[in-house]
Every structure is written in structure tokens, then in C-alpha cells.
Design a protein around this ligand. Structure first.
Ligand code: ASP
Length: 347
């Protein structure tokens, strides 16, 4: 274990990790660590990038590089989200996402800053970078959300390259699925190490939150949603307040997992509301997960839902229903750590 990782583990056990601490020097790619104890993380005064799942590490690096090069927070979260969107091995973000039950790959994405800027697309087809289309909705239309055919046409009219998003591998997985047509979302399929490509109802979402050194915030969330979903199904990810929420002077939150369980409680907005009322990001993530569990009881058995939160001081929170939700944190030095969130249930 390198020094950085040892310190993260030790400090995690003590209940606080200062992401701006002077020991955080070189960019690192440690293995996933269990946070243990209290997972409160202090960000200190520097920039912080936080994202869902282990594959978020590469996205964080891209986001951080963008900030370091002088890009805005929106530039940063967009650049981060574009990494898994273009990854052919990631089967539910962007290109090569698993299709809906009719064989169409449809993408959902939202981008948001803390000045009221919001853009989103849902059920977008034929464009790899849904997050960039979402940003275009924010910057070039009077609207906050375009869906389906309208979103697809908007992307085409805006000059985004058009291509099929369905790869032979994803098509094969879909054909396999058609043999049973059983819709049974699998918890934690996002973790690359445990994934069986094409063999399960894979779902991935990347939710990113970024904070600049002066405490400004932005976020992005992009996904192709639940594999083999009904045509027209839209999950939590592109819905402001469910998959993502950012508020000036408070912070931001993002979610992953079975979107319907997040949408029914407007999960990310709830996390931010708790923080506004004085909760730490960790307390706020725990509150919403407990609320979902209480509300849904047996209906969420075996279901994964995870939340990340980042406040304007750089403090991080992470919590989920089931063990296995991982996330990536990049601190002011550019060092990235992948951590395991604590969960409400043991399994
Ligand atoms: N939340 C996403 C959705 O329901 C999927 C995921 O995060 O795995 O569309």
C-alpha cells in the first residue's frame, strides 16, 4: 500500500480525511478501499472532484485536468462524463450501452451549475456524448429538458456526429436477454471487477460533482439507464433533483442505482435540502437512503441505490443501500482515490 493509501485508510478509520492535506501529492490510482468507521471526508480549501463507481477515477482525472488547464466547472464535469460515454467497455453509459427491450440504445443526461444553469436530455438516440447535448440544451435553448425524438433531432441539428450506439457485444447481450425477457436489475453491476459483460442486466451511471477552490459547484450525470428497460423509460439520472442537484452556498448530490427508487423521493434534492438544513454530506446521504428503505420496505430488497454528496467546503458524503457502491475522489493535488461507501444493509 502506498503512503497515500495508508493515510486514507487510517484517516478514514478515524473518521476524517482531509483532501487538501499536504501529503496528498502525486496523482495515484489506489485500489478500492473500505472507508470503515465514519466516512466523513473534509475537502479543505482546494478543488475536489467526486464521482460514482470505480470507473469514475478516469472521469475524475479528465475533469481535474480540465480545471487545471483553466476550464470552467462545467467544462470539467462535461469532460469527465465524456470518458465513460466513449468507453466501448462500459455498457450503460453512452456508446455501447445496453439497449431497451426493443433494441434501441437511449441515453439520459443532465448538467447543472450553481447559478441556475440546467440542461438535460432523456431518451436521446444516435449521439455518443449525451452530456454535451445536455449542455447545449442549457446554453442554446430556452428549455431545461428535451426528450426522445426532439432531443435526437436537436443533437443532429447542432452538428453532433450521428452513429449507432449499439455495438455487436451489446446486441448479443440483448439477444440473450430476449430469450427470457426477464427484467431483474442487478445490484452493483457497475463494478468492473464483478461484472459479467453481456450476462446480466448491467446498469451504470456516472454522476460527477466538482467544486472549485472558491467553493463554486457544478455536476453532471449521464447513463443509458437500466438495460432492457421499457421503451420510453426515463430514470433518475436526467431529472434535476433526482439524479443530480447543485445549489450555491450548499453543495451538490448525485445518485446511482435503480432510478425509480431515487425518482420517487427526488433523492438528490433531498440530500441537498438536508445539507441546507445543517446536515453534513454524509448525514444527508444516510438520511435519504434510510428514508427510501423505510418508505419501500420489502420492495427494495436486493436493490442498490447510492448517493454521493459534496458541500461547498469540500466535505464528501457517500452512502448506499447495499454493500458494493464505490466512488472516486480527486483532491486538490490531483490525487485520486477509489473508496467503498458504507451501506445500510449488510447484503
Ligand atoms: N440510475 C440509473 C437509472 O435508473 C441506472 C444506474 O445508475 O445504474 O437509469
Amino acid at each position: 500500500m502506498n503512503t497515500r493509501r495508508s493515510l486514507l485508510a487510517a484517516l478514514g478509520g478515524l473518521g476524517a480525511i482531509n483532501l487538501a492535506a499536504p501529503f496528498a501529492r502525486a496523482a495515484s490510482r489506489p485500489g478500492t478501499r473500505d472507508q470503515g468507521g465514519s466516512p466523513r471526508i473534509r475537502g479543505g480549501s482546494g478543488a475536489v472532484v467526486l464521482s460514482t463507481w470505480d470507473f469514475g477515477a478516469a472521469a475524475n482525472d479528465a475533469a481535474f485536468a480540465k480545471m487545471r488547464a483553466g476550464g470552467s466547472l462545467l467544462d470539467a464535469v462535461e469532460a469527465g462524463a465524456m470518458v465513460p460515454e466513449a468507453d466501448p467497455n462500459n455498457h450503460s453509459v453512452g456508446y455501447s450501452g445496453y439497449p431497451d427491450r426493443d433494441g434501441h440504445v437511449t441515453l439520459d443526461a443532465v448538467i447543472m451549475d450553481d447559478a441556475g444553469g440546467v440542461g438535460a436530455v432523456a431518451a436521446l438516440e444516435d449521439t455518443v456524448h449525451a452530456i454535451s447535448v445536455a449542455r447545449r440544451v442549457m446554453e442554446r435553448t430556452p428549455h431545461t429538458l428535451l426528450v426522445g425524438e426532439g432531443a435526437t433531432r436537436f443533437a443532429r441539428d447542432q452538428g453532433f456526429p450521428q452513429q449507432s450506439l449499439l455495438t455487436p457485444e451489446s446486441q448479443k447481450a440483448w439477444r440473450e436477454w430476449l430469450k427470457t425477457s426477464k427484467y431483474q436489475p442487478e445490484a452493483n453491476s457497475e463494478n468492473r471487477s464483478t461484472r459479467t459483460p453481456g450476462g446480466a442486466l448491467d446498469h451504470d451511471t456516472i454522476g460527477l460533482l466538482a467544486r472549485s477552490a472558491d467553493g463554486r459547484m457544478a455536476g453532471a450525470c449521464t447513463t443509458s439507464g437500466m438495460a432492457f428497460k421499457m421503451r420510453g423509460r426515463v430514470g433518475d439520472s436526467p431529472q434535476v433533483g433526482s439524479g443530480l442537484y447543485v445549489e450555491a452556498g450548499v453543495g451538490g448530490a448525485t445518485s446511482t442505482g435503480l432510478g425509480e427508487e431515487v425518482t420517487r423521493v427526488a433523492g438528490s434534492a433531498r440530500v441537498v435540502a438536508s445539507m441546507r438544513a445543517g446536515a453534513t454530506p454524509q448525514q444527508a446521504c444516510e438520511e435519504v437512503v434510510r428514508h427510501i428503505a423505510t418508505l419501500r420496505g420489502a420492495a427494495i430488497r436486493g436493490v442498490q441505490v447510492g448517493f454521493l454528496a459534496l458541500d461547498t467546503n469540500g466535505n464528501v458524503g457517500a452512502y448506499c443501500l447495499l454493500p458494493g457502491f464505490t466512488y472516486a475522489v480527486t483532491d486538490a493535488s490531483g490525487a485520486t482515490s477509489v473508496l467503498k461507501a458504507r451501506s445500510l444493509f449488510k447484503a
